[in-house]
Design a protein around this ligand. Structure first.
Ligand SMILES: [Zn+2]
Length: 312
């Protein structure tokens, strides 16, 4: 090799090495700015975060909404906040107790955040989450659920948090679990709805009371500007129209199951008939195959007065 070429080769090698070392891992979510200093954290198509979250930055402090499910995603969320602002993370607000929204709680508590949630959450977070590990949870599952960090501040119906020139309004609304919080960024027209809103996705109804939930989806839209942005617990950022579509799904599910019950159907036959009714409108929504059959069974239990829900 000609000696004069060596520096060029070394420089080339150094550049390749640097670009490999600096090449960022793809984030397990998409960070979407939905208003000035308000970000929706939207899970990617592979479900690498397990759920959505949010970041709200005020003049003095930061609030995080939900802590995600996968540990790598929680770490990536914390790193993104640190990239966006040096302000302290003062609050972590949990929208509800389900493990896919709270598994990373301890990470934010260690980062200095106070965890805020509906008062029922503290009773359920370390007990009710066991059901997501099957009928006989593994020792690992039991340890994980026992270690989940519960809210330190509970609220009953409503509370406000001040982040400096920016107020968060947190409201309890029934439907998904009986301990759900909706977080509104009042000045920005952004509503973090948690799992009370799933955008073009079939919801988990394991703890649901859909009669309450359908009314809640009216309340959610009331008083919001026409341009309001609704951040769901699962699925992409949506509009009031998307919330209405989701409300229509719950109503159509209710009507389909009721119709089959009235026709005397039960079990597999009821399930197949109700799903056939829903497929033309909702067959293309996320999780239809996985959660659709369970939605029918949960709705049947609710309509026949046999639905088990967590006790406050
Ligand atoms: Zn949930």
């Amino acid at each position: 090799m000609h000696p004069q070429r060596r520096p060029a080769l070394l420089l080339f090698a150094a550049l390749v090495f640097t670009s490999l070392a600096c090449e960022a891992q793809p984030l397990p979510f998409t960070l979407k700015q939905v208003a000035p200093k308000v970000y929706a954290v939207i899970d990617n198509a592979n479900g690498d975060s397990g759920a959505n979250a949010g970041i709200v930055i005020g003049e003095e402090a930061v609030a995080i909404i939900d802590s995600l499910y996968k540990p790598k995603a929680t770490q990536a969320l914390l790193a993104e906040v640190r990239r966006l602002t040096p302000l302290p993370i003062r609050y972590l607000i949990n929208t509800h107790y389900h493990i896919d929204h709270v598994a990373g709680n301890a990470v934010f508590a260690q980062a200095g955040a106070v965890i805020v949630g509906h008062k029922n959450m503290a009773r359920w977070i370390n007990t009710e989450n066991l059901k997501f590990f099957g009928a006989t949870p593994t020792a690992e599952g039991q340890t994980q659920v026992a270690a989940l960090a519960p809210p330190q501040i509970g609220f009953d119906s409503e509370m406000r948090l001040n982040l400096g020139q920016r107020t968060l309004l947190i409201k309890a609304l029934p439907g998904h679990t009986g301990g759900d919080a909706v977080v509104s960024v009042v000045d920005a027209g952004v509503v973090f709805a948690g799992d009370l809103f799933w955008r073009r996705a079939i919801p988990n109804l394991i703890d649901a009371h859909t009669a309450d939930w359908i009314r809640t989806l009216d309340t959610l839209r009331q008083g919001q500007p026409a341009t309001a942005v609704f951040v769901p617990g699962h699925g992409d950022v949506g509009s009031a129209g998307d919330v209405q579509d989701f409300q229509r799904y719950l109503g159509d599910l209710q009507a389909a199951v009721k119709q089959q019950l009235d026709a005397g159907k039960d079990g597999e036959a009821l399930q197949a008939a109700a799903l056939a009714q829903l497929t033309p409108s909702y067959g293309g929504w996320a999780y239809f195959k996985n959660l659709g059959p369970r939605n029918v069974r949960d709705m049947q239990a609710e309509l026949t007065g046999n639905k088990r829900r967590p006790a406050p």
